[in-house]
Design a protein around this ligand. Structure first.
Ligand code: FEO
Ligand code: CA
Ligand code: CA
Ligand code: CA
Length: 582
């Protein structure tokens, strides 16, 4: 990646006001451009079905087009900051929008189209002489990874009895990845994508066992795939859910490569994964689990990163130690190893081997007494200080009857606004202890209700989700307040979801971009010269899933092109071609 600047960059742009408009707003002197919307062909030669605005593209078309609900995204240079690849996640589908007649009736073809609209896209993009960007089509790199793409399983849980199914008796190969939320770029050039709310794709038994209960497996499923695809009926295929919830590694530069689920990093409702490097060259992968009262993890590789890119490091993430975080009230914290045979992680407590510890990461972390957090979303590593930041987006059940009470790290009951925590490892990134504090408690500082009052210095926001440092050391914060909350009550002064920049040295927060109606702003990546920013607008016009009556224009966004709302990538540049944010 790009080398960090040695002094922290200042914020040099004019703040934009909160917005309710169905458009992207950027500061004076900046331009925003939409590319790569849902349904555009990714650019596989000879296979480029155009998007049909009435959503009548087939499942086969969709498997060749950008998926729905863009999320994490990273730029991979082919020609520096002028031409490169974008790898991006498609987190989930809004089936009311995906099909001309919504979910009525619900058919096998609609399930296949939903599955084809999930996963990851790799597209090639280039900057034109006038500063605009466009997709390069066809491109030999163009690729879709969907719920039907063969993916290898590697690491200690590969081949484990709990990973075996009738279709895969060896437990070494699974079809597809899903609910890909955030993503990280490794120093050896690959893409790491999280499988976040995977459990919602499976219909479970009426009488769940302890493992199913701990992971929230219930009869029925959010996406109703199990009604037409038996693999997602966990009553019939009880091990299939164990094959999801992993970090998946993809080599975007090799379109023939097989993606790999890296089980050594643990199974969780992973938001994403972010890599730091120790002084002796080992990879440290931070991840969190975006679910109420779940955990923050880090993995330390056994071996150093080798020169030679993806090929030379194809087993790097299969060997190492996984830890879970405990935040103590004195501002210190510990990384607790999830190591079979250590402490309570033994056969007597239900863990036959390391594979079972990793498949049951939540149960193992429970036994170790890790700290239950307020929905850890993205992490980011400060390139100047080495501090690690994590967004805790919200947790309305904190401190409520029957749920864990507040603690020092998660200090607000009924936490609807969210906060950002940060820590400094005691020494190098592989340290087993750290010191921590809060960067900010989100929320309106004028709110009279203490639990929702924020301590933001500068522009207001709620529900931080995506965060990323640029190489100047500016922290960018993206928000995901739910559509049902926006513009109402305590959320009245925040406006639409947005992107802000934070000078972490002073704590100042400044609003940089506001999104269209009912979208979430997510995914952020820069060209190495910091003169182009790519971000994703997810689910403009978010509403209940079944839109069999899509006629009401007041409820829905029509962004970006006046028709059916479409998740899209937005390119932001300075009109004068200068460095973003200065
Ligand atoms: Fe997919 Fe936690 O956001
Ligand atoms: Ca998110
Ligand atoms: Ca979120
Ligand atoms: Ca969302």
């Amino acid at each position: 990646g790009p080398r960090a600047f040695s002094t922290r960059g200042a914020l040099g742009f004019q703040s934009v006001p909160p917005s309710r408009a169905d458009t992207i707003v950027v500061p004076p002197g900046y331009v925003a451009q939409v590319i790569a919307s849902w349904g555009e062909p990714v650019g596989i030669a000879g296979q480029m079905p155009p998007f049909k605005p009435d959503a009548s593209n087939t499942a086969e078309d969709q498997a060749l087009q950008l998926g729905m609900h863009h999320d994490g995204i990273h730029y991979y240079p082919l020609d520096g900051s002028r031409r490169g690849l974008l790898a991006m996640n498609h987190e989930y589908t809004d089936d009311g929008l995906l099909h001309p007649d919504g979910m009525q009736p619900w058919t096998p073809e609609k399930v296949r189209k939903s599955q084809a609209a999930h996963g990851v896209s790799v597209i090639e993009v280039e900057r034109l002489p006038d500063g605009r960007w466009q997709m390069v089509r066809p491109s030999r790199y163009a690729r879709r990874i969907t719920v039907h793409t063969p993916i290898a399983i590697a690491g200690p849980a590969a081949g484990h009895p709990l990973m075996r199914t009738a279709a895969d008796p060896l437990g070494e190969r699974v079809l597809g990845t899903l609910n890909n939320c955030a993503s990280g770029r490794t120093p050896w050039g690959t893409y790491l994508t999280g499988e976040e709310n995977f459990i919602g794709y499976f219909s479970g038994p009426k009488t769940p066992d302890e493992h199913a209960r701990r992971w929230g497996l219930r009869p029925g499923s959010w996406y109703r795939w199990h009604e037409h695809d038996e693999r997602f009926d966990a009553e019939k295929h009880p091990h299939e859910p164990n094959r999801f919830g992993w970090i998946v590694e993809i080599d975007p530069l090799d379109p023939t490569s097989t993606p790999v689920k890296r089980t050594a990093l643990g199974r969780a409702a992973h938001e994403g994964a972010w890599v730091a490097v120790t002084r002796d060259g080992r990879a440290v992968v931070y991840s969190g689990e975006d679910a109420r009262f779940e955990y923050i993890y880090k993995f330390v590789s056994r071996d150093p990163i080798r020169p030679g890119g993806a090929r030379a490091n194809r087993e790097l993430l299969d060997h190492g130690t996984l830890y879970v975080a405990r935040f103590d009230a004195d501002g210190r914290g510990r990384w607790l190893p999830l190591l079979h045979g250590t402490g309570p992680l033994t056969a007597a407590h239900g863990f036959a081997d390391q594979g079972e510890v990793l498949i049951k990461t939540r149960q193992a972390a429970d036994l170790l007494g890790a700290t239950k957090m307020d929905r850890p979303e993205w992490l980011a590593i400060d390139p100047l200080s080495g501090e690690v930041y994590c967004t805790l987006t919200n947790n309305s059940r904190r401190g409520q009857p029957g749920h864990p009470d507040v603690d020092a790290a998660n200090p607000r009951a009924g936490n609807v606004m969210g906060h950002i925590i940060r820590w400094k490892e005691a020494g190098d990134f592989d340290a087993t202890s750290f010191t921590w504090d809060h960067l900010v408690l989100a929320g309106d500082p004028a709110n009279e209700r203490p639990e929702a009052r924020g301590n933001i210095l500068g522009d207001l926001f709620a529900c931080p989700d995506g965060i990323a440092f640029d190489s100047r050391g500016v922290l960018w914060i993206q928000t995901d307040a739910h559509a049902s909350q926006l513009h109402r009550g305590e959320f009245a002064r925040f406006g639409n979801n947005q992107l802000l920049a934070c000078d972490v040295a002073t704590g100042e927060v400044r609003r940089f971009l506001t999104g269209p109606v009912n979208c979430e702003i997510t995914g952020l990546t820069f060209t190495p010269d910091l003169r182009t920013m790519f971000l994703n607008v997810q689910h403009p016009g978010e509403s209940p899933s079944d839109r069999s009556d899509p006629a009401d224009p007041t409820r829905y966004s029509r962004w970006p092109d006046g028709g059916r709302p479409r998740s899209s990538t937005v390119v932001v540049r300075r009109a004068d071609g200068g460095v973003i944010g200065t």
